[in-house]
Each structure stands twice: as C-alpha cells, then as structure tokens.
Ligand binder design. Structure first.
Ligand SMILES: NC(=O)c1ccc[n+]([C@@H]2O[C@H](COP(=O)([O-])OP(=O)(O)OC[C@H]3O[C@@H](n4cnc5c(N)ncnc54)[C@H](OP(=O)(O)O)[C@@H]3O)[C@@H](O)[C@H]2O)c1
Length: 286
C-alpha cells in the first residue's frame, strides 16, 4: 500500500477505525480479531482506537484491549504498526458520550491506555474532543506534558476547528502531527481544517469517512456520482469515496471503520484506485 506520514512515522494510506468492533452492534471477539488481522494482512499499519470505544460502564477501553490482543496474536511482523488512541471522551454506559478535558483526567486516562495497550509510550495520542468547561489550552497543555514525560511519542487532536489547530500546534511547540475530524461525502464542513492541515503538513484523518456505521453501506444509493464512478472501475462506491479523499491532499489518511474482514480488505484497495481528474472533480462537486 502507498505510504503517508504522521509526523515522523510512515503508515499505509488507509487505516482501520476500531469503533464498530466495540460499541452498539459489535460482533463477537473472534470476528473482530479476524477483522484486525485481515487489515494487517492487507498492509494496514494505522489502527485508530479510543478509551471510549466500549459499551457498558464496566468495559472502558474494550477496543484498546481488543486491538492490543489481536496485534500481539498476529503471526507476522507488527513492528511498523501505529496504534493511535484518544482520551477526553467518556461513555457512562447509558449510550451517551460525555467529555472531560481536565489535565488531571487526561493524564489518568493516558496511564490507563498505556496499561491496556501494554506499551511504554503510546505511538499517537489524540485529545478526543474539546471540553467546553475546560480552557482548550489547559487540555492541550496536558497533552504537551505527556509528550514531554515520554508517555506518548506523538500528539494529535480531534474535532478541532482551524483556530484550535493553530493554537494546539503552538502549545505543542510545532509538534502537532494529526487532526481527526468528521469528513465524508455527506459531511464536508471540515474542508477548512483539511486545507489548513495540508498547508501545515499535518496528517488529516477523516472520521466516519463512509458516512458512519449505519449509513456506510448505502453510500452508493445516497450519492449517485460515487455509484457511477464505482461502476466504471468495477469497484465499490466506498472504495471510490476513500480514493477521492486520498486524492484531495497527501496529508489525508482515512480511517474507515470495519467489523468484517471483507470490508477492510475492500477499503484498503482504495489506495491503488486511480481516479481521473474529471472523476475527481465530479466527486468533489457532488
Ligand atoms: N474522533 C472522533 O470523534 C470519532 C468519531 C467517530 C468515529 N471515529 C473513528 O473513525 C472511524 C471510522 O468511522 P465510523 O466507524 O464511525 O464510520 P465509517 O468508517 O464511515 O463506517 C463504518 C462502517 O463502514 C462499513 N464499511 C467499511 N468499509 C466498507 C466497504 N469497503 N464497503 C462497504 N462497507 C464498508 C463497515 O461495515 P462492517 O461493520 O460491516 O464491516 C463499518 O461498520 C471509527 O471506527 C473511529 O475509529 C472517530
């Protein structure tokens, strides 16, 4: 697979999003492990997770534990695999998502993620979502402290606007390596953040790139142009969607979620799908 950069680390251009394997509707563990290992077989070297990808109040970190176990149990070389996790979001267990961006909480959450991932330093730690009750500079300051303490190797943010991207990069002393925002054919309002990342050379990781767990399968019926281009190439509309994102800028690294080996294999093939300029323009305007 073609490679892209997250800071000084090279990863395959298509990553794996772990969320569908740990929240509502998650499959059994055997299928999840098969999915993660199919991703590794296909050349995926970026796996996105979060401590908040779990279901009940008692299984916090379900996805981190699952991914660590599947990667550890893989027969092949995993030395190049970057597991990117996040802190700052919580799931109390009633289906809701809450936030805590206090520095004390983020440091505790990072320690817990370190344990679950079984590593001395987290390859990429992302501040999950700004907490309106905590000054953004304080939350990002905690991420900087974690970087300086050697608990995380690289720092990223998520759900940030252009002002927050600039502010975080400044607080981190120019060491912000990634921004993870929602971006898909249905949700394009992160274009300014994508463009800013391209300008600053910061990796941009579109989340829910296929429209989210419940809509991903219907991408072709929701967006005609994606279906039409898919038919010309004899591939899925989801593959076309990911190829379109990759073509937008060299900093883009989509992280499609998956809970079946077939879907992640299909998504990875997007890294080899070449779109003509005319196709790109039609998709971009759709
Ligand atoms: N930072 C944040 O706030 C935030 C928020 C949401 C998500 N995320 C991250 O972003 C990742 C991706 O987002 P998402 O999982 O919400 O949504 P998504 O990637 O848009 O959609 C996920 C669904 O797409 C299906 N799929 C994947 N590849 C496919 C293909 N080639 N053909 C057909 N269907 C395909 C999968 O189906 P199967 O399950 O059947 O395999 C999966 O359930 C998450 O897993 C998570 O890591 C971050």
């Amino acid at each position: 697979m073609q490679a892209r950069s997250i800071g000084d680390v090279q990863v395959g251009a298509i990553g794996l999003g772990g969320m569908p394997m740990s929240i509502e509707g998650r499959p059994d563990e055997a299928r999840s492990v098969a999915t993660i290992q199919a991703a590794l077989d296909a050349g995926v070297t970026l796996i996105d997770t979060a401590d908040a990808y779990h279901l009940t109040a008692t299984d916090v970190g379900h996805n981190e534990t699952l991914i660590a176990r599947a990667v550890a149990g893989y027969g092949g070389d995993t030395s190049e695999v970057l597991i990117a996790t996040k802190g700052g979001h919580l799931r109390p267990g009633d289906g809701s998502w809450t936030q805590n961006g206090s520095p004390e909480y983020l440091k505790r959450a990072c320690d817990a993620s370190l344990k679950r991932l079984g590593v001395e330093a987290i390859g990429l730690y992302q501040f999950h979502r700004p907490d309106p009750r905590v000054p953004y500079a304080d939350s990002v300051g905690a991420i900087r402290d974690l970087l300086e303490a050697g608990k995380i190797r690289q720092a990223g943010i998520s759900n940030a606007n252009p002002e927050q991207i600039r502010q975080a990069n400044e607080i981190l002393g120019g060491r912000l390596v990634s921004v993870q925002n929602q971006f898909s054919p249905a949700f394009r309002s992160s274009e300014p953040e994508l463009e800013l990342c391209a300008e600053l050379g910061i990796a941009f990781l579109p989340w829910s790139p296929l429209g989210g767990i419940t809509n991903a399968g219907r991408l072709g019926s929701r967006f005609d142009v994606f279906e039409q281009v898919a038919q010309v190439h004899g591939v899925s509309p989801q593959q076309v969607c990911l190829a379109w994102m990759l073509a937008k800028a060299p900093v883009v690294i989509p992280i499609p979620g998956s809970s079946r080996p077939e879907t992640i294999r299909d998504s990875v093939a997007a890294a080899d799908l070449e779109l003509s300029t005319e196709e790109f323009d039609r998709l971009d305007a759709a």
